[in-house]
Ligand binder design. Sequence first.
Ligand SMILES: Cc1ncc(COP(=O)(O)O)c(C=O)c1O
Length: 378
Amino acid sequence: MYYNTMPLSSYSTPRAILLQPQKTWTGSNSNKYGSRLGHCTEVPRNVNMEGLQSEYLFPEISMREFEHIRKYPDARLIKLGVGDTTQPIPETITSAMAEHVLGLSTVKGYKGYGAEQGNMALRTAIAEKFYKDMGIKGDQIFVSDGAQCDISRLQMLLGSNVTIAVQDPSFPAYVDSSVIVGQAGELQKETGKYRNIIQVQDQSMKFLEPERLQLKFQSFSKFAGFTGVRLGWTVVPEELRYSNGYPVIKDFNRIVCTCFNGASNIAQAGGLACLSPNGYRALSSVINYYMENAKIIVDALQSLGLKAYGGKNAPYAWVHFPGSSSWDVFAEILEKTHILTIPGSGFGPGGEEYIRISAFGRRECILEASKRLQNFCN
Ligand SMILES: Cc1ncc(COP(=O)(O)O)c(C=O)c1O
């Protein structure tokens, strides 16, 4: 049989699409993208990719960080930019993952592909924990590898023929993934906005918040320190329909089956442990720790008379520097205090004049950063 005679290497070798060098290639390595380009192929660049305004925000911040470290190798850099978590994951959760991992080395415990939508035990636990009052059941929960990946899958689901509204400022993946799938329309140079993306500020988003009928993207990243473990979920209410009456959940399921194939079973074992009474209790104290960090930063800045917001629903502080470019303030703070923050304008035009400070750092870093910021702003 074909199946039996095919060498294992044929199954395991990834198949790449080989991009052939252009026939007309002249051997010159330089063009407007720089001199270390390599071989041009006949494959045109996706015009949507051309529409992106800049590098994705977070790698850009990492680049600034590396440059700063190169310039000041001995400085004690405090990283409060990208909101990455720093506190260890409670052991009751990691031991559930470890147990699952060791089980994979046994005949009984080995598991291969799982359900694309996630383990039903975890889906049910998520529904019970967070959406019981809304009548959402486990079969309306789709477990994923994080909210960011689900945002892109949402764009694929919607296709290019839609107009989207995003909160301004908002997480940059919403706008960028919309540009990548071709929803955004032209970039308007005067405003820095895309024609088909409506960027709306706080109060006006309220119309988008009905209690029940919406897709919700959620993540274990911040709530459980799973930024590296990768686990999230999307809620797709079964009664949500397109304008032609077709159930959205059916298409979402199709996207998940075609383009994803299910979250890591190790991460899912951890996710289930997060929702156990012990796991959830342990996580609550980690969350309180970060929220106290945020209060320390906000209080320190407000005590100087600065307009500092946030730290109430999420551990981020937003600080207003009226009349200044947020990239300039970001650069000045980095240069003078060795603190890495994030320019608010990276999250949309509404973030201009602001910087965002993450409170996901360790307490000693937060206290030190508050002191340095107070000296800087004084
Ligand atoms: C609003 C928002 N959406 C999505 C994400 C990405 O989350 P994940 O790690 O689950 O991909 C983040 C991460 O900070 C976020 O703040």
